[in-house]
Design a protein around this ligand. Structure first.
Ligand code: T4K
Length: 401
């Protein structure tokens, strides 16, 4: 390992990045196209309620994913909530603990008991054996999460669910532009829910979409995102306000037009990270299958504390001191957050792999705002930290008092 000469900021040097290098910096498609759409929207004075841009966004997503229905919503959390409600789930629903907390909150919010099961440490996705073991008479569905855009074992999950006559749905928040067995994510289970939050691969500022090949479900989702209105003054369903606005859809369309370019940028950075981090002791970069289409949005590093002279938190502290705002997604797992942490039923679950992986993961910056030289600098921070591990650890310990 060659020795980068600069002194680490955590040891008293100046941060290598003058400005913060964030995880989750939004990608922006063609700015002029977006502004043209916004002007058009202002001219037409149509800002929300199933407007022209929302409809265009939905049709374009359907085409891109090869799915029958896309129902755009204001964010993925509401998308999941509407899906869960439209499918009339109750009792218990099985899901991974290793996910963003909103996957669990949509259940608890509706009086449904989230039952957390462990992950497969090789994929970071729901372990199907654990799902099978957690199923009981109260189970009404399974929610799989395609963590980092890598699809769940949809075949096995579907088999398990079919055997009990219950549906599977997917939180596909990370997985826009990704495929599984050659089919685009968006087509699996009863429905799938994407997030188009600012930090996501494809963004519409805030936004999301539920996709499904089930026409009846799609009709119900459309009603429910609009208070249950079936026409002027006619409410036929308990609904909410889950509508996407026109300005969000304008951003979404503009992002969609840039998808190939964004995959290219992410992939170039990913490959550069892979080269630069290669061979560092105890540092493993998450792999994407070359047989599938990936969005390469997440640069996920696992730190093995038995091999690396620093643990995950020490490396994150070192990166933060250099102005690299790396994140520890999804630490500590939903089961480590309230209200789940205090629930007896959750405490009894065996989440050994979730605990282990959640304590090892670092997510690094990617996307348009990250250049190739940034990747090299981030990798150099890892190298310097490992070379100077003793001093780094001592400094962190002294800071912690
Ligand atoms: N399911 C899964 C698996 C998810 O990951 C998510 C969302 C959902 C469901 C729910 O989807 P939505 O309902 O949001 O559509 C962020 C996002 O807010 C959240 O959407 C996302 N997952 C999660 C993984 O990341 P935080 O709490 O980490 O956000 P925050 O404010 O710390 O921002 C993250 C980073 O992004 C920071 O480094 C700052 C940077 N950033 C953020 C925004 C909003 C920017 O540079 N510019 C921006 O405009 O949750």
């Amino acid at each position: 390992m060659s020795t980068p000469s600069r002194q680490l900021a955590i040891l008293g040097g100046n941060p290598i990045f003058e400005e913060l290098l964030h995880v989750g910096r939004p990608n922006i498609g063609d700015r002029n196209d977006f502004l043209r759409r916004v002007n058009d929207m202002l001219d037409r004075r149509w800002f929300s309620n199933d407007g022209q841009f929302v409809q265009e966004f939905e049709r374009r997503i359907e085409k891109y994913l090869g799915v029958k229905h896309c129902v755009a919503v204001c964010n993925a959390t509401i998308g999941l909530a509407i899906a869960v409600r439209a499918m009339e789930l109750r009792g218990e629903v099985i899901l991974p603990s290793y996910t963003f907390v909103s996957t669990a909150h949509v259940l608890q919010w509706q009086g449904i008991q989230p039952v957390f099961v462990d992950m497969d440490p090789a994929t970071h996705n729901l372990c199907s054996t654990a799902v099978e073991a957690a199923m009981n008479a109260r189970t009404t569905a399974v929610i799989g999460v395609h963590v980092w855009g890598r699809a769940c074992d949809t075949e096995r999950l579907q088999q398990l669910a079919n055997a009990r006559g219950i549906p599977v749905l997917y939180d596909a928040a990370h997985a826009f532009g990704c495929s599984h067995q050659g089919q685009m994510v968006g087509n699996f289970g009863r429905c799938e829910v994407f997030s188009f939050h600012a930090t996501k691969f494809l963004n519409s500022f805030e936004g999301g979409a539920v996709t499904t090949n089930d026409s009846k479900l799609a009709d119900k989702l459309r009603l429910m995102r609009n208070f249950g209105f079936a026409g002027y003054d006619r409410v036929i369903e308990l609904g909410t306000n889950g509508k996407m606005t026109e300005v969000c859809a304008a951003m979404g369309i503009t992002s969609l037009e840039a998808v190939e370019e964004l995959i290219g940028v992410n992939r170039r950075n990913y490959e550069r990270y892979a080269i630069k981090l290669l061979g560092l002791p105890g540092i493993t970069l998450l792999r994407y299958s070359s047989a599938e289409q990936n969005n390469y949005h997440y640069i996920v590093v696992e730190v093995d504390p038995n091999e690396c002279p620093l643990d995950r938190d020490e490396l994150v502290a070192t990166l933060h001191a250099e102005n690299v705002l790396a994140r520890k997604y999804f630490w500590p797992g939903c089961h480590g957050m309230e209200p789940y942490r205090s629930q007896q039923s959750v405490a009894r679950q065996n989440l050994m792999h979730t605990d282990r992986v959640a304590a090892r993961v670092i997510v690094l910056p990617n996307g348009q705002s990250v250049g190739e030289s940034d990747v090299v600098k981030v990798a150099d921070i890892f190298k310097s930290a490992i070379i100077n591990a003793k001093e780094v650890r001592a400094r962190i310990q002294s800071q912690q008092g």
